[in-house]
Structures are given as C-alpha cells and as structure tokens.
Ligand binder design. Structure first.
Ligand SMILES: N[C@@H](CCC(=O)N[C@@H](CS)C(=O)NCC(=O)O)C(=O)O
Length: 213
C-alpha cells in the first residue's frame, strides 16, 4: 500500500491551497499538518529539513520530500492518472498545457500575488497598502488578462478542452483577487469572466475554501 501523503502548510497560504485543490480533484486521502506561520514554525529546523527555503507548503510521502507547490501538484497528477480529474494530458497536448503552467507561474502569479499582498494580506496584518504598487500591478495584470481573453476565446480552458493543472494553479490567487477591486479586471473580459466562474465553482475548490473558514 502507498504511503500516506502529508501536506505541511497553512490554509490561508495560496501556495498551500494549490496543493490541496489538486489532492481534492484527485479524490486522494492525505494528512494535513498545519504550520503556524505567525509563530515562525516554517523557519524552524524541523520544517527547513523538508523545505530549506522556509516556505509553505512542504510535502512528504515516505522518504520523498518535496517543496514548490507546482512541482507537488505535478507529482500528484502524474502519479495518479487513474484517479479523479485527469489534470494532465498525455502526449503532444502536454506541451501546450506546460506552456500555460509556465505562463501562470511567470506572468500571472508575480502580479496577482503582489496585488493580493497589497490588498488582502497587508490590511490583514495592519500594514499600509502601497497604492502606487497597486496601480502599477493592475496595469500589468490587465495586459496579462488580455492574452488570456484571446486564448479563452478559442479554447474552453487554458491547456485545451478540459480542466487541467494550468487552470487549477490559478485558483488561489484568482479567489483572493475576486474579493478586491482587481475583480473588475476579470469581470470586464467576457471569456476570462466565464472561465473564472467555471473554475472557482468546482467542488474540489469549494472544499479548500471551506478549510479556510
Ligand atoms: N513558489 C513557492 C512559493 C511558496 C510561498 O511563497 N509560500 C508563502 C505562503 S503562500 C510563504 O511560505 N511565505 C513565508 C515566507 O516566505 O517566509 C510555491 O509555489 O510553493
């Protein structure tokens, strides 16, 4: 029998949520080990032994230790092809899916994370928002979403015809952004808006949202 998968993380961490969404889509059992970030548990030796960068999430299965949420989701999806939602596509179409996973990591995430930091997390920690940074990153995100609007006009999902990791990786940052003024950038683009409504209403994602309440 396969060893139990363990996720060390925080339910308010977007990177942790990415891994939890993947496990739920795959309908897999796992153990969630909450890390108290306010108490600095992610900087303690026991955690650094799994992720030397001191960031959540970290993942263990037997003697396999992983970090980086997108690497963890790919390990889970490729290793459980027969379970739950496919999330990856074998063969040639995997290349297109990989392109959009890279787009999420390098074009979307840096600006969306910065906006969520300024508009959600800073107010949560009582740190003043940098309005100039918000304006600058809203302009950057608008340009990224213009590309998404063209892509989604021709393809139901980013990686192709089915929901995959390329879409799933966006869920945590999009869900945060939809609670802020940045929502207007998604709502004003019809194909992006329909895609957001579709992917955020997935039961696997609702389970992650419920964990944070
Ligand atoms: N690229 C990493 C990012 C991980 C990350 O930034 N985690 C945040 C929480 S969402 C964290 O641990 N921040 C605390 C810190 O950097 O000290 C991943 O996708 O796993």
């Amino acid at each position: 029998m396969a060893e139990i998968m363990k996720v060390h993380g925080s339910v308010i961490s977007t990177a942790t949520q990415r891994v939890l969404a993947c496990l739920n889509e795959k309908e897999l059992e796992f153990e969630f080990i909450p890390i108290n970030m306010a108490a600095g548990e992610h900087k303690k030796d026991s955690f650094l032994a799994i992720n030397p960068f001191g960031q959540v999430p970290a993942f263990e299965q037997g003697d396999l230790k992983l970090f980086e949420s997108r690497a963890i989701t790919q390990y889970i999806a490729h290793g459980h092809a027969d379970k739950g939602t496919a999330l990856v596509i074998p063969g040639r179409q995997m290349a297109t899916l990989s392109v959009w996973m890279e787009v999420e990591a390098h074009q979307f995430d840096p600006v969306a994370s910065k906006l969520n930091w300024e508009l959600i997390y800073k107010p949560m920690f009582k740190i003043p928002t940098d309005n100039a940074a918000v304006e600058e990153n809203e302009a950057k995100l608008a340009k990224v979403l213009d590309v998404y609007e063209s892509r989604l006009a021709h393809s139901k999902y980013l990686g192709g015809d089915i929901f995959t990791l390329a879409d799933l990786h966006h869920l945590p940052n999009i869900s945060c952004a939809m609670k802020t003024q940045v929502k207007k950038l998604f709502d004003s683009r019809p194909h992006v808006s329909a895609w957001v409504a579709d992917i955020t209403s997935r039961p696997a994602w609702s389970k992650v949202v419920a964990m944070g309440k």
